[in-house]
Design a protein around this ligand. Structure first.
Ligand code: GDP
Ligand code: IMO
Ligand code: MG
Length: 438
């Protein structure tokens, strides 16, 4: 059986957690493979409402193995708290394992993240301030500390003795921040190491054993393609290595690209973005406000509580993300939010300042920040969809809207989500069943 990747097709928060919770029943392993606790994945099911930052959204199935793969940056305090919170609500974490190769978010990382944003001034990215970017920067600079180090007192001491003076010099001399005390950091993070140790495993080995048994492995992405370090609207992107795109999934869990047979792209029925950077179809008017507040779960950031920027569905950006991720199955979420609109717009192209029409994504975020959206308008369906459970129950206008999106982004929509709860979905095709690209 295959490995299946789930990615965000826009600027994050498309409903990846909600969809992984829905489809995980068909897998035996669910793994996060990139990013860190900048991600916030909401799951609402019979067990309650949960906001997951690091733990995969398969955790609610006691028979699924859940993995935090080597590509994830782990803030031990956040992960341990998340584990405790889940356990206190009766969710078993006995089947949760963390890779010994994960890089650790150390206390200097959030401090540098926040200080860096201040230094950037008007060019601030609007990061989540969780230290994820600086942690991956240190990974690439080969001065990171990994979970395997953290749980080995001698290795941790040796590594911290090497890294901390370096980071303290950077903090003091570049950012004017106070240095961190070696003994304090060593003591606190050694304690985290002791608490984390029972969860630590060679997670790649676990994945390969499952694949060898013929089981399905679900790889849960974070963020969205337009926030990706390579594919996204650079420099207003996140900084994960490996990236959260489908191409990063193999690296972040330790499997080869040939094992991945299916890529599920999650798209909102409109678009949102948190933080700064271009978003051509953004609506700064009353309509944007309605998109933000309509429906059962308003558009407020899961991790930082910031209001999300909103806009009409961007077919240029969404087609691009389907293309560069090799998406085989599309999922459209939050369709119910559009239920009351008399007319709905779709951004089908961008017009540049000098009058050129673009149907592909410009590389430059300066160019992208100046384009005007070219819209196609369709009639709204003005009927509730949140109780629909089959394709035929959807209002004709909603079906037409979905078909139009399919033809614009060139992938089939296999699941339509009409509400935040597990059963509020229309499954047109089983996304875990391999569907070759047409
Ligand atoms: P993720 O980061 O991609 O997992 O998405 P988030 O959890 O950050 O944001 C998605 C939000 O939309 C959450 O509040 C979900 O509960 C909610 N949600 C997911 N699917 C639907 C849907 O079909 N309709 C509505 N109204 N809300 C949804
Ligand atoms: P999920 O997995 C939405 C955004 C931040 C900021 C940029 C860089 O829940 O979809 P960072 O802290 O990563 O250096 O911030 O990326 N961002 C997200 N936006 N959803 C996310 O994750 C995000 N993770 C990072 O808002 O614009
Ligand atoms: Mg989110």
């Amino acid at each position: 059986m295959p490995a299946v990747v789930v990615i965000g097709g826009q600027w994050g928060d498309e409903g990846k957690g909600r969809i992984v919770d829905l489809i995980a029943q068909g897998a035996s392993v669910v793994a996060r493979y990139s990013a860190g606790n900048n991600a916030g994945h909401t799951v609402i099911n019979d067990l309650g409402e949960f906001k997951l930052n690091v733990v995969p959204a398969g955790i609610f199935y006691p028979d699924k193995t859940c993995l935090v793969g080597n590509g994830v940056a782990v803030d031990p305090a956040i992960l341990l708290n998340e584990i405790e919170q889940l356990a206190s609500r009766g969710i078993s974490v006995a089947h949760l394992f963390v890779s010994d190769r994960c890089h650790v978010i150390m206390p200097w990382h959030p401090a540098i993240d926040i200080a860096d944003e201040k230094l950037r001034g008007a060019a601030a990215i609007g990061t989540t301030g969780r230290g994820v970017g600086p942690c991956f920067t240190d990974k690439v600079a080969r001065i990171g500390i990994r979970v395997g180090d953290l749980i080995d007192p001698a290795a941790f001491r040796a590594r911290l003795e090497f890294v901390l003076p370096y980071k303290n010099a950077v903090m003091q001399q570049l950012y004017g921040l106070p240095p961190l005390d070696f003994d304090d950091v060593y003591r606190q993070y050694s304690e985290y190491g002791v608490r984390l140790a029972p969860f630590v495993r060679d997670t790649a080995q676990i994945v390969h054993e499952a694949l060898d048994r013929g089981e399905t492995v679900l790889l849960e992405g974070a963020q969205g393609c337009l926030l990706d370090l390579d594919a996204g609207t650079y420099e207003y992107v996140t900084a994960s290595v490996p990236s959260s795109s489908a191409g990063g999934a193999g690296i972040g869990i330790g499997i080869g690209p040939t094992v991945i047979q299916q890529v599920v792209g999650i798209y909102k029925a409109y678009v949102t973005r948190v933080g700064n950077g271009p978003m051509p179809s953004e609506l700064l008017d009353e309509t944007g406000m309605i998109l933000r507040l309509e429906g059962p779960r308003p558009e407020i950031g899961t991790t930082t509580g910031r209001p999300r920027r909103t806009g009409w569905f961007d077919a240029v950006a969404s087609r691009y993300s389907a293309m560069v991720n090799g998406v085989t199955s599309g999922v459209l979420t939050r369709l119910d939010v559009l239920d009351n609109f008399p007319a709905i717009k779709i951004c089908i192209a961008y017009e540049t300042e000098d009058g050129r029409t673009l149907t592909t994504l410009p590389a430059s975020s300066v160019v992208m920040g100046k384009v005007r959206p070219v819209y196609e308008e369709v009639d709204g369906w003005r009927a509730p969809t949140s109780k629909c459970r089959t394709w035929d129950e959807l209002p004709q206008g909603a079906r037409d809207y979905i078909r139009r999106i399919e033809s614009l982004i060139k992938i089939p929509i296999d699941i339509v989500s009409v509400g935040p709860e597990r059963d509020q979905a229309i499954i047109v095709h089983d996304v875990l069943k391999v569907r070759p690209r047409t």
